[in-house]
Structure formats: structure tokens, C-alpha cells
Ligand binder design. Sequence first.
Ligand code: E4P
Length: 212
Amino acid sequence: MEIFLDTANLEEISLYGAFIDGITTNPTIMSKYAHNEHYSLIRKICEMVRGPVSVEVNSEDFEGMTQEGKKFAAISNKICVKLPCTFDGFMASKELSSRGIPTNLTLCFSPTQALIAAKCGATYVSPFVGRLEDAGQDGITLLEEIAEIYQANEYDTKILAASIRNVNHVIKAATIGVGAITLSSSIMQQCLEHPLTQKGMEIFALSWENRK
Ligand code: E4P
């Protein structure tokens, strides 16, 4: 399972760099760090990681999305153009993927959106587990249904579990066998820690201090 960090913060990318396969961003994340340097920030991020960097278009129409996508793709071959699961987003995925540009279909909230994403050549589809649960629905069931559809139809599109709110989501996604997951730095930190590890270290340190 690929693990991505959901951030455009260079310090976080550097801190967790050893554990991640790439980066995902979205306009909200970018708005916090890019200011007037959107393209140079994207370039810096691409230089820091070995794998895909998902960058989302801000346009809402097919023409604008494909133009933005091509500009992003010219920055680095690590770019994966993030497009919304809308009519224009699906069409733009078809266009960009036919030109060899990887795409990530985002804001996916239903199995049928994931099905169309696969038909449109998406490299990744990003179901938003947490936001679906905020709306009172079961995000993990969505992952299971998409996984079943992709397996039954032998689609190559990878499921990228997104909007992850807790460690249990990470465990469930990994158990289902999604192709990828994206984590905020806070969830990444929670994945590394356990209170009993810390307690155990304190006990060992005390034993060592009091050795005879
Ligand atoms: C995924 O690619 C998105 O950037 C992200 O996971 C959204 O998460 P949120 O619902 O916590 O904003």
C-alpha cells in the first residue's frame, strides 16, 4: 500500500519523508502554503519525494482543467493531476490520461463515481472516508464496494483512501487492501506511536539507571 502525506508543508514532508511514497494536496492545503508561489512550491515538493505528487486543478470546466493539468505535468513527471469527480473532471481525466499524464479523481463519494473514474483512465480514485462519515454514511463500506468493483472488473485504477480521520480508518483501509492512502501529518504521527511503547521505554530506562 502506498502511503502519501496530505500536505504542502515542506517541514512535514522532510520529517516524514522516510515513510512516504508521495504527496497529495488540494486547493485548501495549497492556499495555506503557496501564496504567490504555487508553481515553485509544487516544484520543490516534487524534488523532495520519490513518488507521485497529486496537485489539484482550480478550474471547473474541461478546457481549464486540461490546460492546468498540462501545465502541472510540465513541472515534473511525478505530477498526478487531481480532478474532481464531475462530468468535466471525468472528461479531463480521459483527455490527460490518453496523453500519458496520470490523474487522481478526487471528491469521490460513490461506487459509481469510482467506476466512471476507472473508465476514464484514472491512475487513482480518492474516496473521502471522513467527509462521508461526517455526512452520516459509512466511508469504509464505500472503500469495500469500490475494491469489489475494481477486482471484479480487473481495473488498474488504484483506490487512494482519503479524508482519513483516525488510525482505525488506516487499519481498515489496509485490511481491505486499498492501493494507497493519504494521511495528514497528525494521523501519520499517531500511526508511529503507542502509549505502551513510551511507557516501556521509561521502564527500561529506569532499570538501566538503577543497574547494580
Ligand atoms: C485527499 O486527497 C484530500 O486532500 C484530503 O484527504 C481531504 O481530507 P479532509 O476531508 O480532511 O479535508
